[in-house]
Design a protein around this ligand. Structure first.
Ligand SMILES: Cc1cc2nc3c(=O)[nH]c(=O)nc-3n(C[C@H](O)[C@H](O)[C@H](O)COP(=O)(O)O)c2cc1C
Length: 222
């Protein structure tokens, strides 16, 4: 009995020691994502069969594990040795940043740390698109190209490659959503100038597309 109490006390102090990193993340509002579940989901061919755009969402929030899988699938580091990602980029320039507009605020996905960094504690969802549903979807991704990362090329080249890069990331998100039964749609109908202002982007950061993600709207039983 005494042995058990001592063991419990030891465990409790160990858990207490782990707290600072948790509470510092909570203080900053950053979200440390969980290890992606790479053994889960549908077979690729089934996900391809189910891939589609949906515009009817439930306001239900996405659990942390789903968010963790989603961001990793989108553009996470899949080869830690080289730091390369699930989506390819020309000359491995890795110039696309994923921002995430959620009710709690605007986050920036850091693939190396596999975490979401809070950059604005405001709900900017309604500024992420011209369609009504965007203000209620639990998650709107904004794909931003950092043109300053290219070492050469004209602005036209940089934008062309950036659009291709976002296409790969967006399709990764589509396939993950198809695999998990989530609803999603990629969106070009965005007031990019207004959104860039809201997000405090630099002139060499260009919004390419946005993408909404959530659970499908529940249909009422008849
Ligand atoms: C570059 C691009 C921009 C798009 N922009 C929008 C948009 O602003 N709003 C929207 O509802 N759907 C948008 N879509 C989704 C398309 O309408 C959709 O992919 C198309 O109708 C085919 O449907 P599917 O994705 O289910 O195959 C866009 C798709 C792409 C590839």
């Amino acid at each position: 009995m005494i042995k058990n109490i001592v063991a419990l006390g030891f465990l409790a102090s160990f858990v207490f020691l782990l707290q600072p990193s948790l509470s510092s993340a909570q203080q900053t509002g950053d979200i440390t994502l969980l290890k992606p579940q790479t053994e889960s989901g549908k077979l690729l061919m089934q996900a391809l069969l189910l891939r589609q755009s949906s515009r009817e969402f439930s306001p239900e929030k996405l659990p942390l594990q789903v968010l963790s899988n989603l961001f990793w699938a989108a553009n996470g580091v899949n080869r830690p040795d080289s730091g390369k990602h699930t989506a390819p980029t020309a000359s491995n320039v890795q110039n696309i940043d994923i921002y995430a507009a959620a009710p709690e605020g605007l986050y920036f996905y850091d693939p190396a740390g596999h975490m979401l960094k809070l950059i604005l504690k405001e709900d900017v969802r309604q500024d992420t698109g011209k369609q009504d549903f965007v203000k209620e979807v639990p998650l709107n991704l904004i794909y931003v190209a950092d043109l300053s990362k290219f070492k050469r090329g004209t602005d036209e080249d940089k934008l062309f490659y950036s659009a291709a890069h976002v296409g790969f990331i967006s399709q990764n998100v589509y396939l993950y959503c198809a695999s998990e039964g989530l609803a999603t749609v990629v969106r070009g109908m965005v007031d990019k100038e207004a959104l860039a202002k809201r997000m405090n982007l630099r002139p060499d950061q260009r919004i390419i597309l946005a993408q909404s993600v959530g659970y499908p709207k529940k249909t009422e039983p008849k």
